[in-house]
Design a protein. Structure first.
Length: 169
């Protein structure tokens, strides 16, 4: 069984994924890191090849990673928007949606200028609010569990997340 984290950029998928893996004695894998190591930097992939190409790579890598068992898997923010990815992730995993407020996400992403999805002329808070409004219903629909991550430390959130996952055992 794999533990899968989904949510908005800035929700803590990578930071919590590492902590959950350490607490559970599991390996942590970040889909974006795998893509970067094999194909190059994500902003460059977006600018040179486009989002459709990137999303196709994401599906290929998720399919490979889902063949493994006993990993904590941090997905990219848009990975679960593709139905095929959700099907793959659920074959051998439980999905936890890390739910964060617009305020928390904006605060965490304030200095992040690399994420292609956040580039544009609108203020960051407006962009985050728009994307969250579009994605939150999908995140909530596909999630086996939802963890609100605002106002708690990463360590507290990791322990709560692990308790949700291990409730399945």
């Amino acid at each position: 069984m794999n533990y899968v984290l989904c949510g908005m950029p800035g929700s803590g998928k990578s930071a919590l994924g590492k902590r959950i893996a350490a607490l559970a004695g599991m390996e942590w894998v970040d889909v974006d890191d795998v893509i970067t190591s094999k194909y190059g930097e994500i902003p460059l992939l977006f600018s040179e090849r486009g989002e459709v190409y990137f999303r196709s790579l994401e599906t290929v890598e998720i399919a490979e990673l889902c063949k493994r068992d006993g990993i904590v898997l941090s997905t990219g923010g848009g990975a679960v928007l593709r139905k095929k990815n959700v099907e793959l992730l659920k074959e051998n995993g439980k999905i936890l949606y890390l739910k964060a407020s617009v305020e928390t996400l904006t605060e965490r992403l304030f200095d992040d200028v690399e994420r292609p999805i956040l580039k544009g002329d609108d203020p960051l808070e407006e962009t985050v609010a728009r994307i969250l409004h579009e994605r939150a219903p999908v995140y909530e629909e596909i999630a086996d569990y939802i963890l609100e991550v605002d106002r708690r430390s990463k360590e507290e959130n990791a322990k709560l997340a692990l308790a949700l996952f291990e409730g399945e055992k």
